[in-house]
Design a protein around this ligand. Structure first.
Ligand code: MG
Length: 337
């Protein structure tokens, strides 16, 4: 068994602004795990607001007993072992999980999606995300996202309506909205939800602060649009708490510590009657393919990492008719340049 992990700065095509911050690149840890001639690839995307960085990821890795990172692949035991080292660090845990899932598929000559009984024919279309921007840049970005059938827009500032009006002047595609906890007053939030409903918005992520389930639940109860918990729902234990607060959850591999727990979260949400969305951070093709392997289990997908970055170290996955295409290549199907 051989392991390597190295930092990589993933550059964004445009500076990305949401309700709480703005940035131009994202630190990534690229991981490779080799065993008997096979190599599995993983990645950790360390968006600053999650609190993990290259240093904390390196420190976590220094505590991992490497004898875990090879067959037999018991992911329940692996995740329990990793959580025993430290309760946090979901990003670097995701890198380990994804690399091992890829490695297992390659050794056993099986595409990753088959381990999760995913039906590639049920792949949901992926949305294309617009950060908060000037009308000119927004219109340019809408053009750049022409190959996607859905637009996702970040709101949560005081010019939300203006932004939506700009988008609607250019396209009538369905819209996903992400408020990123940016709305401060529940009545104002609800007024906005009702207005967005009239504008053809299909779902709204995290209207109010994650620490305020009562206000989020109050909006959900009254909303004709699906309200989805994102920042509120990180790991498996959070899924149960989302019931009664949101209509659905947004599962991301960088929050769930990888595909194994991400799959369990999706299944748990379905069991509870919650809708499911699969999202991403700024990610390369590696994280995108890992998420795409689970995406057909979900109602909605927001997996636009490769579209929004300019130095993806891997080949873009196959994309057709607004959707990622799952292939039967063993493992994730990732192609390194
Ligand atoms: Mg979100």
């Amino acid at each position: 068994m051989k392991i390597s992990y190295k930092p990589f700065e993933l550059i964004l095509r445009h500076p990305f602004t949401i309700a709480k911050f703005s940035r131009t690149s994202t630190p990534i840890m690229l991981m490779e795990l080799s065993h008997e001639g096979f190599t599995g690839y993983g990645e950790a995307s360390m968006v600053p607001y999650m609190g993990e960085n290259i240093e904390t990821a390196n420190s976590f890795m220094s505590k991992v007993d490497l004898s875990w990172l090879k067959p037999p692949f018991n992911f329940d035991e692996l995740i329990a072992y990793l959580d025993g080292i430290a309760p946090g660090n979901p990003n670097i845990k995701a890198a380990i999980d994804i690399a091992l899932q890829d490695l297992r598929g390659k050794i056993e000559q099986k595409a990753c999606y088959k381990y999760f009984n995913t039906d590639p024919a049920k792949m949901p279309p992926t949305s294309y995300t617009l950060g908060i921007d000037t009308p000119e840049v927004l219109l340019q970005k809408i053009k750049e996202g022409e190959h996607c059938h859905i637009i996702k827009v970040k709101l949560g500032r005081d010019n939300d309506k203006e932004l939506i009006n700009t988008i609607r002047s250019a396209t009538d595609k369905p819209l996903y909205v992400d408020a990123n906890q940016g709305w401060k007053d529940r009545q104002q939030g609800l007024d906005m939800v009702l207005w967005l409903h009239e504008q053809g918005v299909v779902l709204i992520e995290q209207p109010m602060a994650k620490e305020d389930p009562d206000s989020n639940a109050w909006i959900t109860e009254r909303s004709p649009v699906a309200i989805v918990g994102d920042e509120s729902v990180q790991r498996f234990a959070d899924v149960e708490k989302a019931k009664g607060v949101y209509h659905g959850i947004n599962m991301k591999l960088m929050k769930s510590a990888g595909m194994h727990e991400g799959y369990r979260m999706i299944m748990k949400a379905k069991e509870l009657g919650l809708k499911t969305m699969i999202g991403c951070m700024s990610e390369t093709s590696c994280g995108t393919l890992a998420a795409a392997a689970l995406a057909p289990l979900c109602d909605w997908a927001d997996l636009d990492g490769p579209f929004l970055t300019s130095n993806n170290p891997y080949k873009d996955p196959e994309f057709a008719d607004g959707k990622w295409v799952l292939t039967d290549t063993p493992g994730l199907g990732l192609i390194k340049f």
